[in-house]
Structures are given as structure tokens and as C-alpha cells.
Design a protein around this ligand. Structure first.
Ligand code: ADP
Ligand code: MG
Length: 659
């Protein structure tokens, strides 16, 4: 056993994590016999490592070898006046209770020594009990680990720096197992170093396994590989990276591991593809206008020729053929015009025109060309305002909307084209972002077709967005519509419900005489007189806008978020509430259910139902329930006030019994 005074050097934890057992066998305790004395002396003094013999009790140096003198800077004389303790850093001289079981012959421990010049040496010492000159002594041998220590510190520093890097820095072995994963990798891919180190890279985030295998081959051949990879993050997000791989070799040149640096380029890629699309659009525009120009030159003689033929041909059969040729050539010319509008942006001639004529003309064409099972309805007021516009382009808007409506109805259905004078006021504008104040003519195309999901609605105005099969859709229809509408200074609103249908409303500024407009407005409706209106709508902004408008015009308002809410309120305040203004589609108890329930409580209740999309069946049901006014959304304050006055000023109609 080591004397107790020595064990305090042995408690220190070995700071090298991957500590290996000392390979070089410690010198065997020399025999104290005299014959061996000489060889011991030789071994001791010529040994390449610093060595001392110290007194087992006092730790005073008894013998010091030459290397120790050279390494520590103390002269032999100085050493012999010192003790082992004088070399050690003071804080390492802690008393200990736990002496490693190995403490005995060949026990080793790590500690810090201070040389004479004050420099610190990290050493690993081995201790051997010996008998020296007849007394208990210890042979101490120390291996300098300072360089190794510094290298490790440097590694730790580097790892810290690597964590600061925004790139994902990953080291893996040749079996794809991860060895190092910096915080950049965690930020990019979501997994922490603890989660992935030791796991296999191929298993969890690589998507293009084949590409990875090819890359691997190249890496082994050339030592480096760079390329673009698409990975999947922990949350399932697609991450596109520029990946640089470097083969790391061991000191003998054998491949050992792979250093991977991934730079996130997901955003750049997205921008790039947007840019490419814009460029493609531009070139398609140029190309299209070139082709359109050529086609015009081809179609013009055909059209002229039919004119000439018509004068000479008399037979009914031939007349029919000419009509077909003429019709087709005109259609071709129409398409060419559409392409030109899209390619150049709308720059047509503006004239004062009456949209009513456009609509009736279009309805006629549709009735002839659309499938029989599609019913076409028009709804046109007699006093429709005029607009300043390009007739061909406005025609094109309606045609595109109607063709889309037709395509949305696979079996049967109804397309309703209507027009209306609308004075856009602040109330309307607040509910429809993009709306401009002033007099407009609204052109509406409503269908009872498939409707659209909100996701589809977001994209429909993008050029080339189509959900139709190749050959059926170009994805240019609505992009053209929006272009024309904007060039006319107008805007567009859209309501769509999946499985119910879609309504597009195009608002074109009306060219009303300002004087006339003012007079018409003055003939406006009377304000309210404190009547209480119960506003029922599940959208808070709409409720707020309605309350604002109503109170500004002399009404008071209560609000409810849905049918159940409204019913409870009506029950409490039925004596006070003059009119219930409710939305048709709401999550909790819709408009129809609400009206039905209200009638039960109070058969004389006055109701206005509003909706962005009235279906025929709904209208029938609502009429059956005695609803007098159905207000199409979006509506202006003026329209709302007229609706309220109408309800307030007419006598309560007899409610059909049994409903
Ligand atoms: P295209 O008709 O060539 O597909 P559009 O720009 O006219 O291109 O329309 C784009 C997409 O918008 C259509 O593919 C369709 O998905 C959707 N869409 C347009 N109008 C309607 C509608 N009335 N009902 C349902 N979906 C529609
Ligand atoms: Mg279309």
C-alpha cells in the first residue's frame, strides 16, 4: 500500500475523457540489491521521462533524473531541497477519503505541476513503492500531457464556435452514424444532438436516398462532394440545403469520417422559382403576342373570304357551312384577342357603354353553346348606369367567368348573370378590402357548381393556376379577368362554398354624372328613430361594421354571434327589437333554423336574411317562413337602410300557417 501521504495525489479525477490505460509498462520496481544498482542508475537517469524518488513519509526528493531537471527548470540542488508538494498546484492537494483501489504499484493519476518559471504542466504520474537506501520510498514517473490537454481545450473551443455557425455542421462515420451535430443543425432540422448522435443519418431525415448513395461513391473517390439535397425536418418541413461533404482521413490516410456542412437555401429556392415563373410569364407573353399576331393574319383572310362567298353562294346547305367557318374564325379571333390582352395588358379603346347589352348578348351565346342541362338566367335592372370601358374586354370578363361557371357544373345547374348599380360607401369598403368608394356597376356571375376551398381561392388569380385537366384549362382566364378589371379601375369580390356554388362580382366604376348622382343620393331613405336591430353574424368585423352603420343612421343595435345566441337575446328583449338582421350560414344554428325558431316564439317577428350566396332551395324555404327581404352580400349602407325601411314600413305579412 502507498503511504497515506501519497494517496492525496491519487484522488484527482482523470481529466481525459477517453483515457487509455497506460500502454508503456511502468518500470518494474528495481531490486534493492547492489548488483542491480548500476543498471537501475542507468535506467533512472537515462529515462526519457522525468522521474523522482521521494521519501514515502515526507515526500522530499531523494533522487531526480536529468530530464526532470531539464523539464522543470530546477537544478538538482534545488530539487533536493524541495518536496513533491512544491511542484503541485496548491488546489490539487486536497485530502481524500477515496483512494482508487489501484493505488499501489503502478497507480497513476493526473495533476498539474508548476515548473520553476511558473508554467503549468499537465502530467500523468505513476507511483511505485520501492525501498531506496533502506527506507520506504516512492518512484514517481510523470508523462507530460500538456499538449494533449491544449488540443482538447482547443477542440472544445472549436465545438463552441461550430455551434455559433448558422450552417448545420455534422460529422458522421462511414456507416452513416452521427458523431457530431452542431446547434445550427438543430435549428435547421429540429433534432437535438442528443437525439441523433449515434443514430443513422439515412434513417431519419434524408429523402433522396438514391442521390445520397451516388454522392457517397463520389465522396470516397474524390474526397469531396457538393450538391443540393432536400431533407425533411423533425416537424416534417421540407428543407433544401446546399450540402458540402469532406472525407476526413486518419493519420494513415484511411477514410475515417465525413464532415457535412449544410447551408439552408429553402427561401432562396422559393424566390428563385418565383423569379423563374415571372420570367417565364414574361417570355410567354412575348411569345404569345407574336403567335397571336400571326394568327390574326391567318384569320383575317378567312373572315373576309366568307363575306365574299356569302354574296355568291345561295344554297341553304352552303350557307350553313359558311356560317360554321365564320363562327369558328371569329372564335379563333376572340381567343387571339384574349391572349393579346393577357400578354400586353389591357390597352383597348374606352367608350361609354351600357353593360346590359353586353349581358343579354352573352346570355344568348351561352344559351346556344352551353350544355342543355345548364339553365341560364339574367337579372338586369332597367336603370343600369353606364360605364366607360372596352366592350370586347368587358365581354371577355363575363365570358371567362361564365365558362368557369359552366366547368364547375358537371351535371346540371344554373348560371345567373346579373347587374346592379352600387354606390360603394365606407361600410361596404370596410367589409371588402380593395373596394373603392363611389358609383359602380356590379356585374355578377353566380353558379350552382362545385365551389372552391379557401386554399384554391387563394391561387385562382395566379396565371397558369388551374385545377382542370391538361387541354381543358389554361389557368389564364381569371388572370386575364383581374387584369382587365384593374385596368378599368374596378375591383372584384368572390364568394364560394364547396358543394354549393360560386359568385364572382366585378365592380366597374360607373360614369354617372356627378350632379345626377348627388340628386339620386339625396332621394335617399329616411334615417331610423332609435329602433333596435338585432344583428346576427358569426364574423366579428361584419358585426362591428353593421353596428357602426346602423348607429350612424339613427338605429340602435344588439349583436349576436350565432342563432342560439340570437334566440336567447330575442327571448329577453322581444318587446324592444324591431328587426332581426341575420346571416344565412353560421356555425351554430344557421339563419333558416333561427328564423324558424323565432317564428315559434313570436309569429310577428320581422326578419332580414343576408347571404353571399342564396340558393334556390334556401330562398323558397325563407319565403315560406315569411322572410320579406333577402339581402345579397356584399351590400352598401344604402341598401341595408332601404331593406330596414321596407321591413319597418310594410305591415307584417300574414305568416303562412304551419311553418
Ligand atoms: P382555367 O379555367 O383555365 O382553369 P381560370 O383562371 O379561369 O383558369 O380559373 C382558375 C381555376 O379557378 C380553375 O381551374 C378552377 O379551379 C377555379 N375556378 C374558377 N372559377 C370557378 C368557379 N366558378 N367554380 C369553381 N372553381 C372555379
Ligand atoms: Mg377559366
Amino acid at each position: 500500500m502507498l503511504p497515506l501521504s501519497l494517496t492525496r495525489y491519487l484522488h484527482l479525477p482523470f481529466p481525459y475523457p477517453n483515457r487509455v490505460p497506460m500502454t508503456q509498462a511502468p518500470p518494474k520496481p528495481p531490486s534493492p540489491s547492489l548488483e542491480r544498482e548500476a543498471s537501475f542508475q542507468l535506467l533512472f537517469h537515462e529515462h526519457p521521462l522525468p522521474m523522482w524518488v521521494v521519501d514515502a513519509e515526507s515526500l522530499a526528493f531523494l533522487v531526480v533524473n536529468e530530464v526532470a531537471v531539464a523539464k522543470y527548470g530546477y537544478s538538482l540542488a534545488e530539487f533536493l531541497a524541495m518536496k513533491m508538494d512544491d511542484l503541485a498546484e496548491p488546489e490539487e492537494l486536497l485530502p481524500t477519503a477515496a483512494v482508487p483501489a489501484t493505488a499501489g504499484a503502478g497507480a497513476s493519476a493526473a495533476w498539474r505541476h508548476t515548473a520553476k518559471d511558473g508554467s503549468v504542466l499537465h502530467v500523468e504520474s505513476t507511483w511505485h513503492e520501492i525501498v531506496f537506501a533502506g527506507r520506504d520510498a516512492v518512484l514517481v514517473l510523470s508523462i507530460d500531457r500538456t499538449a494533449q490537454r491544449h488540443a482538447e481545450e482547443q477542440n472544445r473551443e472549436q465545438a463552441k464556435l461550430l455551434n455559433l455557425a448558422s450552417d448545420a455542421i455534422i460529422v458522421r462515420d462511414l456507416d452513416q452514424r452521427l458523431i457530431f451535430w452542431n446547434q445550427g443543425a438543430t435549428r435547421l432540422y429540429g433534432w437535438t444532438s442528443e437525439e441523433v448522435c449515434g443514430g443513422r443519418t439515412l434513417d431519419f431525415f434524408v429523402r433522396e436516398k438514391l442521390q445520397i448513395m451516388e454522392a457517397e461513391v463520389e465522396l470516397l473517390r474524390k474526397g469531396v462532394w457538393t450538391g443540393q439535397l432536400t431533407h425533411r425536418s423533425k416537424e416534417g418541413r421540407e428543407v433544401i440545403v446546399n450540402s458540402r461533404w469532406t472525407l476526413v482521413r486518419d493519420e494513415y490516410g484511411a477514410p475515417q469520417s465525413v464532415l457535412v456542412i449544410d447551408t439552408d437555401i429553402t427561401e432562396t429556392k422559393k424566390l428563385e422559382s418565383q423569379f423563374l415563373r415571372a420570367q417565364r410569364l414574361e417570355s410567354i407573353g412575348t411569345l404569345a403576342s407574336g403567335i397571336a399576331h400571326d394568327l390574326n393574319n391567318i384569320l383575317s383572310p378567312i373572315l373576309m373570304a366568307t363575306n365574299i362567298l356569302r354574296r355568291t353562294v345561295t344554297g341553304a346547305e352552303e350557307e350553313k357551312v359558311i356560317k360554321i367557318i365564320e363562327g369558328s374564325a371569329e372564335r379563333g379571333a376572340g381567343i387571339v384577342k384574349q391572349v393579346l390582352t393577357f400578354a400586353r395588358g389591357a390597352e383597348g379603346e374606352r367608350v361609354l357603354l351600357q353593360p346590359k347589352h353586353l349581358i343579354s348578348e352573352l346570355a344568348k351565346i351561352m344559351a346556344q353553346t352551353f350544355p342543355r342541362n345548364i339553365d341560364i338566367q339574367t337579372n338586369l335592372p332597367t336603370d343600369l348606369w353606364t360605364v366607360l370601358g372596352d366592350a370586347t374586354q368587358l365581354h371577355q370578363i363575363l365570358l371567362n367567368l361564365c365558362v368557369n361557371a359552366r366547368d364547375a357544373m358537371s351535371d346540371a345547374g344554373t348560371i345567373t348573370i346579373s347587374a346592379e348599380n352600387v354606390d360603394i360607401d365606407a361600410h361596404f369598403a370596410s367589409m371588402n378590402p380593395g373596394a373603392q368608394l363611389g358609383s359602380h356597376v356590379a356585374l355578377r356571375v353566380a353558379d350552382t357548381g362545385s365551389g372552391m376551398t379557401p386554399e384554391t381561392m387563394e391561387k385562382i388569380f395566379d396565371p397558369f393556376f388551374t385545377t382542370k385537366e391538361v387541354g381543358k384549362g389554361t389557368g389564364l382566364g381569371l388572370a386575364t379577368v383581374i387584369g382587365i378589371v384593374k385596368s378599368h379601375g374596378g375591383f372584384l369580390t368572390l364568394q364560394s362554398v364547396v358543394g354549393v356554388g360560386t359568385t364572382f362580382s366585378v365592380f366597374i366604376p360607373a360614369s354617372r354624372d356627378a350632379e345626377v348622382a348627388k340628386k339620386e343620393d339625396e332621394a335617399a331613405v329616411a334615417n331610423g328613430n332609435g329602433e333596435l336591430i338585432l344583428v346576427v353574424d358569426d364574423e366579428a368585423p361584419i358585426r362591428e361594421a353593421l353596428v357602426g352603420t346602423l348607429t350612424a343612421h339613427g338605429y340602435r343595435a344588439y349583436t349576436a354571434e350565432d342563432g342560439t345566441d340570437a334566440l336567447a337575446l330575442y327571448f329577453q328583449r322581444r318587446g324592444e327589437i324591431s328587426v332581426v338582421l341575420t346571416d344565412l350560414s353560421m356555425g351554430q344554428m344557421d339563419g333558416i333554423a333561427l328564423v324558424r325558431a323565432l317564428r315559434k316564439i313570436d309569429p310577428a317577428v320581422r326578419v332580414i336574411v343576408s347571404s353571399g350566396h342564396f340558393q334556390k332551395e334556401n330562398v323558397t324555404v325563407l319565403q315560406g317562413l315569411g322572410v320579406e327581404v333577402m339581402l345579397e352580400k356584399p351590400y352598401t349602407a344604402d341598401k341595408l337602410r332601404r331593406a330596414i325601411r321596407k321591413v319597418l314600413e310594410t305591415k307584417n305579412p300574414a305568416v303562412p300557417a304551419g311553418k
